[in-house]
Structures are given as C-alpha cells and as structure tokens.
Design a binder for this molecule. Structure first.
Ligand SMILES: C[S@@+](CC[C@H](N)C(=O)[O-])C[C@H]1O[C@@H](n2cnc3c(N)ncnc32)[C@H](O)[C@@H]1O
Ligand SMILES: [Zn+2]
Ligand SMILES: [Zn+2]
Ligand SMILES: [Zn+2]
Ligand SMILES: [Zn+2]
Ligand SMILES: [Zn+2]
Ligand SMILES: [Zn+2]
Length: 495
C-alpha cells in the first residue's frame, strides 16, 4: 500500500506517532509505522502498519493490519527474511576491509561499480566481468562521488548538494562557531567536514553521518557513521550504534553541536519531526540544566511548500530564503543559463539574522524582518514581511489582505486569489484551507495565517498523547507519483 495516498479519491492517510508503542512489527527497515486512513470529515478507517522508509511497495511490501493476528511461523519467516536481506558485511568487517584497502598499492585499489564495493585483491577475480574502476586516494575521501547515487525517487532520492551549496552550509556553520556536525542524510557535508580538517587551516570539526545507505559504512569508522533510519529513529546497529550518537552529542570543551538533515523530499514530515525531536531530547539530557529548554540547533533541508507542515510539527523552526542546489537533480540544478530556482530551503532554529546569506548571489538583509532574503523578495509594507516563498516577487492583494504569488488573480466567486484557470467555485470546498492545507478549517480561521508559531505538535507528542492528530497537509488525493515530487515539479515549472 502506498503511504502518501490511496487510490480512493476521498481518503487521506495519516501516520500515528506514539512514543509508548513498542509493539510495532519490524520490516527490513526497523519498526514499521502505524497508519490510518482518514476520510472526509475526519472519518477514521482501519489502521495498518507499513514500512517507515519505503513509500513504494516495490521497495518494501510490508503490510499488516493493526489488529491482525500473525502466526509464529509467519513471524519467524519474516525475521529470517529480514536477516537474509541485510548488508553483506558488518560495519566492523567493513572497517577492517577499509584498512586493508587503504594500504594497497594504487594499481590494486579497485572499486566495483556493479556491486558498489571496494575490492580486496583476492576478490578481483569474482568481479572480473563487472565494471571495475581504479580508486585514487582523493576518491576515497569523496565516497559520494564514487558511489552511484541511489535514484529511487520515492525512498532514497539521493540528491547530492552542489559544491557551492555544501560549502555555503559548512562555512556558515563554522562561522557560527559549531564544531560538531551531525549529518543526518547528508553524506556530502560529512565529506566536506573531513576534507576541511585535512587542509589544517581551520579549527578541526567533527562529524557523524546517520544514513540508511549502508554503502557508506565502507568508508567510515563506527564513530563516523551509523546505519540509521530517520523515519523511525532506528539504529540498525542497536545500542552500540545509538551510543555513538549519544557520545557525539555530548559537548565537551564547549564544542557546539549542530544537526543538518536533508531527508528524501517525498518523506512524511511527522515521523521526521518526531525523530529529530528524539535526537534533540538526547542532546538536551546531556546539557547542563541552564540550557534545558533549548533544542539542538538544527537545519532541516526541505522544499518550501512543506513550510506550514514543518512549522506545525516543529514550531521553533523558521524558513530561510536560501535556495539549496543539487548536482544530480533534473529540476533543482543551478544551471549556467536560465537558472531554474531550487524550491529547497533551510528550516532552522538558529536565529535567521545570524545566518548570513551571500550578497553576491543576490541575497540582502531586510532590516524590518531581521533576516536575509532573496533579491526578488520585496518587503511589503502592508503585510510587514518579505512574503515570497518560491523565489518570485509576490504582490499584495488588498481584498485577501495578504501577498500572493505573481501568477494569481483575485477571483470574486472564490473570494480569494487563485490561478486564473482554476476550477472556479471548487477551490476551497473539500480541500479545506489553502493557507496551510488543513481540512479542518477555512483559510479565514487559519491559525497559521498571521503567526505560525502558536501551535505545538511537539508538546502534545511529548506529553505522551497517543493519537496526536493533525490536519493533513500532504493532500489526500495523491495518485501515482509522490505528492512531494509532483508539487516540487509543479513549483519548479513556472505557473
Ligand atoms: C536528498 S538526499 C540528501 C543528500 C545530501 N544533499 C548530500 O549531498 O549530502 C537524502 C539522503 O538521505 C538518505 N536517506 C534516505 N532515506 C533515509 C532514511 N529512511 N533514513 C536515513 N537516511 C535516509 C539517503 O541515503 C541520502 O543520503
Ligand atoms: Zn521496510
Ligand atoms: Zn562486482
Ligand atoms: Zn522584510
Ligand atoms: Zn502584502
Ligand atoms: Zn485576493
Ligand atoms: Zn474562482
């Protein structure tokens, strides 16, 4: 069953996060998530468990009704299958292999493209019909260049930062005084941290990569990489692995930690927010009491149209105008000619005024908003904000009393600004609020309309409230392609 939507037009699917539920069955990707079909008017359907990481049945077809009785035989068959399909080597074994590999003469250093593995001399024979390439010392330091990006759009979506964007991120974090970077799904950032240390020009920084892509275990020690699923906060290496994170989060000698996460864009916001909150809680417990209320400083990299959903889950974050560029993304690439603007932004709890966006790339400081904004994001005196989210210059509509996308026109029949070719009269019926996507209210009573900081998902999750129910932002009627991918495409192609 697909997670982001169903084939039934009138249903959406909500994920239920409960910190107390330790009974979720496991698939190859750790504990599954509990989902619930939600009909129009909030009518609840039968709940089921499905894979947290894969939103395509083809990648992981785990499915179990919540109230389904599973026989012992099926449980052990499942367990056996999970073990069978795991990685070929343990992390410890990969580390031993890496040491051997690093000491080989250059002409014996080979990487099998087909198997995505560094080969030891005795193994060349077995891979003789495969595409094998030589590996230089420089390449060994850039695994993200050596490994083939996993391009499974729905689950892995390994879109790698351009050098430009990753340098911007790293330099910004270094300038803010962070010395430890927790890289959640950001292998290229981890690489840069290590390369920067080699230059010996700056104070060294530490980094720890948490990623589901176990191929990275070939290149990093157990203190530098944990096989981790960010949708269920699952450490595949068990407690030994989660204690690596714990040790990393301790800030000895005043070395400040920052977390940078770049999840696959099709990912569900609520489970991600929950995992990041759990990381923050671990960090908090290690802090001296005077900081106990603050969260771990973080940057969550995600498309701008998820802003309401992210802020609903993690109200202490705010979205910055910086456009994150990717090397291998067909739409979000910084082109030499006719640059297509990336819809991907930074969501952070670091004070926006402190994150200096580069002037030479067209960002400026808005003294009213006290943050750096994109050149086309002009301050509106009536709204008293720099309103643009998508990088285009927005315009003020005095009837709606807010700034709207340049392509929108005010429609009297709908009573709001919409695209000129909208299905008139239907735009705010079943679909609820156009401001935040909620089905529970219309935009006029949207609590996020003027301030998005007054609702807290986190407090209810923390207090152990089992069924924290949220207005689904991921629109219910998603068919085929992932909703995020569709919206991303739509947003990137000018309306
Ligand atoms: C959009 S890419 C981000 C890569 C980043 N831009 C970089 O250049 O370093 C998503 C990353 O998250 C990882 N990933 C995907 N699903 C994951 C999961 N369930 N848990 C942890 N990591 C995951 C992928 O392997 C990939 O490294
Ligand atoms: Zn799975
Ligand atoms: Zn091979
Ligand atoms: Zn402004
Ligand atoms: Zn305005
Ligand atoms: Zn209007
Ligand atoms: Zn209309």
């Amino acid at each position: 069953m697909a997670i982001t939507g169903s084939n039934d037009d009138s249903f959406g699917i909500d994920v239920i996060i409960s910190e107390e539920d330790k009974t979720a069955p496991c698939c190859l990707h750790g504990p599954t998530l509990l989902f619930e079909k939600v009909g129009t008017g909030g009518k609840k359907g039968r709940r089921f468990y499905a894979c947290s990481a894969c939103r395509d049945r083809k990648d992981c077809n785990f499915f179990q009704w919540e109230d389904e009785k599973v026989s012992e035989a099926r449980l052990s068959a499942r367990q056996a299958q999970n073990q069978l399909r795991g990685p070929p080597f343990t992390h410890q074994e990969y580390c031993t292999r890496f040491k051997k590999f690093a000491s080989l003469p250059l002409d014996e250093k080979k990487f099998c493209q087909d198997c995505q593995i560094l080969l030891l001399p005795g193994e060349h024979e077995n891979h003789s019909t495969h595409r094998c390439t030589a590996v230089t010392a420089a390449q060994l330091r850039r695994p993200s260049m050596l490994l083939h990006p996993l391009d499974n759009k729905k689950s892995n979506a390994q879109y790698l930062f351009t050098d430009h964007s990753s340098h911007f991120l790293l330099n910004t974090l270094a300038a803010l005084g962070y010395r430890k970077v927790l890289c959640v799904g950001t292998p290229r950032l981890q690489e840069l941290v290590k390369l920067r240390n080699l230059e010996q020009k700056h104070k060294p920084m530490q980094s720890l990569l948490l990623d589901i892509d176990f191929r990275y275990a070939q290149f990093y020690s157990q203190d530098e990489f944990c096989h981790y699923n960010m949708f269920n906060h699952h450490f595949f290496g068990g407690e030994a692995s989660s204690s690596v994170l714990q040790a990393f989060l301790a800030e000895s000698d005043g070395e400040k930690v920052v977390m940078v996460a770049d999840p696959p864009f099709g990912g569900l916001v609520k489970p991600l927010a929950n995992s990041f909150s759990l990381i923050s809680q671990t960090w908090k417990k290690l802090q001296s009491s005077d900081h106990s209320n603050a969260d771990i400083p973080m940057m969550w990299i995600f498309p701008y149209f998820f802003e309401p959903r992210i802020l609903e889950c993690l109200p202490s974050l705010s979205m910055l105008d910086y456009q994150v560029d990717y090397d291998n993304h067909p739409l979000y690439k910084h082109g030499k000619t006719g640059r297509k603007q990336s819809p991907v932004r930074l969501f952070t709890n670091i004070s926006p005024r402190d994150v200096v966006l580069p002037k030479e790339e067209g960002y400026r400081f808005c003294s009213m908003c006290k943050r750096y904004v994109w050149s086309l994001n002009k301050h509106c005196d009536k709204c008293n904000i720099c309103p643009s989210k998508d990088g285009r210059e927005w315009k003020h509509c005095s009837t709606c009393e807010k700034c709207v996308k340049p392509s929108w026109k005010h429609c009297q029949a709908c009573g709001r600004c919409v695209l000129p070719d909208h299905p008139c009269g239907h735009s705010e019926g079943k679909e609820g609020c156009f401001n935040c996507g909620s089905l529970q209210h219309k935009h006029k009573s949207c609590p996020l309309k003027n301030s998005h900081k007054n609702r807290s998902y986190r407090s209810s999750a923390k207090s152990g409230n089992k069924n924290v129910s949220h207005p689904p932002l991921l629109k219910p009627k998603v068919k085929g392609k992932s909703g995020a991918a569709r919206r991303a495409k739509k947003a990137a192609l000018a309306q």
